[in-house]
Design a protein around this ligand. Structure first.
Ligand SMILES: *Cc1c(COP(=O)(O)O)cnc(C)c1O
Length: 441
């Protein structure tokens, strides 16, 4: 009976739901898993089989599924206000969230603009950067610079500053031209070179670009510390410091896309804190609502805000989304920030991170593994000479062993929620090793 129900959901989903980031025909061989419910790090299907959500459901879930504290906050908010428009009106959750985020940036980024998904946050940052230059009489600054292997979302504007061929190539004719500079990916270190040396080399490429055409460039956009979607490419914080200096020297805005790396993922609340810098725009989404509701935010400096502040309506930032500043999503974010503070999560994650790194030692030393790397609550390694189709094979075998992991090409990565118990850490490492050995060939 349960089995039938499970296969019934699969058949109905494949008939009527167009799944994201999926060649639907692959589901003729790759399983589709109907999720019945979630608890903590586990997702359960209709047969009661469980899956350890080791990628936080696409990097959004921080404190587990059906988290009692976030659930309670949302129930309370539901009885007060589900939604109200944010033009001409305001409400307590959006005010509190904006104030708390400003405080987390030491009041460097004190103006919060809201949207619902990451790509929209990126669009907002790009538009704001261009428009603020225009309001200051520098409307010729219209270009954006992105990094090799960058990922900033898949709407037309965000895709233009994305450099992942799989997502971008088909849409080339629709996209604005962008300037691309070298990635600071530490895996490119030549013999004798350190990660900091690669960072310096990559910053020199930015300097070349700025020297040549800063007069035309509005902003450079960077995923700080880890370029996630390209395959968890990690770099030295020095890179961010050097680029910040170059932006100041050449009059170019720095947009940091912390959609994936923010909210404690790299060890500090914001990744850029590890470089001791602040950007002109910071994009947040994914984890900020604890993985509950679509919410994204662009934080910006006062100087940017002031460029729009005027009696003339057209000098204002006229961008909007229907659900801008949704109170439920903001309440989920406030509950998430409460958990960070009450449980001293950043501190607790240090021990958690060490434990999982230790537990993964057999993989780090595995002869078929290269570039084992970790920053905060992100782990990644590259499979050496994996047989073709590795990623899908790994995912499928993972689901058989209670593990939800989706490698990016030959890069296996772990981005688990911040609530793994010691037993779950051991279980996660053991399953990852077992699935890897079974699928690398
Ligand atoms: C996921 C992601 C985005 C896009 O966010 P969506 O909510 O999927 O639109 C943008 N930038 C980075 C770095 C991301 O990881």
């Amino acid at each position: 009976m349960e089995v039938n129900q499970q296969s019934d959901w699969v058949a109905r989903s494949l008939k009527s739901v167009w799944h994201p980031c999926t060649q639907m025909q692959h589901h003729e061989t790759v399983p589709l898993i109907p999720v019945s419910h979630g608890r903590g790090v586990w997702l359960y299907d209709h047969q009661g089989k469980r899956y350890l959500d080791a990628i936080s459901s696409w990097w959004v879930n921080l404190f587990g599924h059906a988290n009692p504290r976030i659930n309670a906050a949302l129930r309370e908010q539901l009885d007060l206000l589900e939604h109200a428009m944010l033009a001409g009106f305001t409400h307590e959750p959006v005010i509190q969230l904006s104030e708390r985020l400003a405080a987390l940036t030491q009041h460097q980024l004190g103006h919060a603009f809201y949207a619902s998904d990451g790509a929209s946050a990126v669009e907002i940052a790009l538009k704001m950067s261009f428009h603020s230059w225009r309001n200051r009489g520098q409307g010729e600054k219209q270009e954006f610079v992105c990094l090799k292997g960058s990922y900033h979302g898949e709407t037309i504007g965000a895709l233009a500053v994305t450099d992942v061929a799989l997502f971008k190539d088909a849409y080339g004719p629709l996209l604005r031209a962008t300037q691309t500079v070298m990635s600071p990916d530490a895996r490119q270190a030549l013999a004798g070179e350190s990660a900091a040396d690669v960072a310096r080399r990559a910053a020199a490429d930015v300097e070349r670009m700025f020297t040549e055409r800063a007069g035309k460039i509005a902003a450079i956009i960077i995923e700080p510390l880890v370029q996630c979607a390209t395959g968890m490419a990690m770099h030295d914080p020095l890179y961010l410091k050097l680029v910040r200096e170059l932006c100041d020297q050449h009059g170019v805005h720095l947009i940091l896309d912390e959609i994936a790396v923010g909210c404690g993922r790299t060890g500090t609340f914001f990744a850029c804190e590890q470089a001791g810098i602040w950007p002109d725009f910071l994009c947040l989404s994914k984890g900020i609502s604890g993985g509950y509701l679509p919410l994204s935010i662009v934080l910006s400096r006062d100087e940017i805000y002031q460029a729009f502040y005027d009696a003339d309506v057209t000098r204002g930032f006229l961008h909007s989304h229907s659900y801008t500043g949704n109170p439920l999503a903001c309440r989920a974010a406030l509950a998430t920030l409460d958990i960070f503070a009450e449980d001293q999560v950043l501190e607790a994650n240090k021990a958690r991170s060490r434990k999982l790194t230790d537990a993964l030692a057999p993989l780090a030393q595995h002869e078929r593994v290269s570039n084992f790397r970790n920053r905060g609550m992100i782990w990644a390694f590259d499979a050496v000479n994996a047989a073709p189709g590795f990623s899908r094979r790994f995912f499928t075998e993972g689901t058989r062993q209670e593990l939800l992991l989706r490698p990016i090409g030959n890069t296996v990565y772990l981005m688990p929620p911040y609530i793994l118990s010691d037993e779950e850490i051991e279980g996660l490492a053991a399953r990852t090793l077992s699935v890897f050995e079974k699928t690398v060939d």
